[in-house]
Design a protein around this ligand. Sequence first.
Ligand SMILES: C[S@@+](CC[C@H](N)C(=O)[O-])C[C@H]1O[C@@H](n2cnc3c(N)ncnc32)[C@H](O)[C@@H]1O
Length: 470
Amino acid sequence: MSDSKSFPGRSKPGRHSTRQGFVPAEAAREAEAAKIPGLPARLAAAAIIGDVVQGGHRLDECFSPQAVPNRLTGLDPRDVALTRSIATASLRRLGVIRHVLAELLEKGLPRQAGRLEYTLIGAAAQLLFLDAADHAAIDLAVRATKLEPKTAPYANMVNAVLRNLLRRREEFLELAAGGEHDLPPWLAQRWRKHYSEETARAIAAMYMKEPPLDVTVKSDPAEWAERLDGVVLPTGSVRLKTHAPIPELPGYAEGEWWVQDAAAALPARLLGVRPDERVLDMCAAPGGKTAQLALARAHVVALDRSAERLKMLAANLSRLDLRADVAVGDATGYQAQPFDAILIDAPCSATGTARRHPDALWTKKPGDIETLAALQTKMLARAALLTKAGGRLVYCTCSLEPEEGEQQIAAFLRRNPDFRREPVTEADGVPAEFINRDGDLRTLPCFWPNADARLAGIDGFFVARLIRQA
Ligand SMILES: C[S@@+](CC[C@H](N)C(=O)[O-])C[C@H]1O[C@@H](n2cnc3c(N)ncnc32)[C@H](O)[C@@H]1O
């Protein structure tokens, strides 16, 4: 790998002679590493695991061309795919991998050993959960360790730990089987309290599996299910059994569908917009729900604080040949004439989406929930001012935390007596099991179990539909 930023913190590289002249030793080491098949991907994966776990970066962002630092510079597409699979498996199973490593590292991890932990995590993920050849996983982890001056003294230790892991693999796989060790303890504890012991276990079991790919189609789900080798779900989304690269699938380039989890497709539908209504999508990017509203031929204002993410929204709408007015701005202070309908897909802890974004569980801390809930409260207050008399307001989050869902709406209704809940019913095309006692929608990742893991589960979402009195 040629990206020198992939070795942050390396101290004062020495210089040595090459045919081209003097180059930093660091660059020379990287050039050497690039020649060893499989090593650049292992180095990139370790760097990305660190960016997520230590730096708080989102995993998806690490794979975007705009990523800073970009760990993928110079990697060929096969190495990028391998990097992604190592990093994703590492984060999906991070809890149990750390548990296993703690057992194998008698004296714990050496302090200030740079990227050593992430190299070990990536190698353990390969040995336990991926198809990579065992000898390659161990040998390349040892080489990666030798490459960095801070970690080089621990190369023998890495070798010994990984060989021990291999010897005890069956025991560790048994430990990993239920997924219970994969969750950060503070979140597991919350879910046991708010749902039940059994539900928390079922969520953990779902979170250790790769999720299916769901898409929203512009029309004719049955035909697209057949063309895409999928099934039509009870809510109208199409679930694909294959994992082919998305841009290569039929209908993608023609803009006939877009990727959207089946649960994420429900909030915009529950807003029930009609042609020519003025609709505000308050947190719109990257635009999955804006596309649904635009497809219903509403006049949509797609508002988001992030200009970068709105560029993605614009590109998505352009591929789909759909239109919306794009506005960059802070929803909590947004001013406009009142709207017929408003959708708030609020920023949240995203703990309901960890099947697709396993990093979501490891980049959040307990205090974040309070901070996010405070932001959501402000957005709801602003949306209340922007909703016409008789207008509708749908609030949703992809969080499993009641503070960002049920409690948020209970407090909103207490503060805003001119709003009432319009309960979600089966007549909305929503399965009864998704509707809670208050008439709000609450999905959990363990819903829709299926013996065929390719078809199981749904993102965790909360959705409330409110009406402002006329
Ligand atoms: C859950 S995502 C929205 C996903 C989107 N609705 C979709 O379906 O594709 C939340 C969005 O809220 C945006 N956001 C965060 N804080 C905001 C604020 N104060 N005002 C407006 N948008 C904000 C983020 O940039 C992010 O794009």
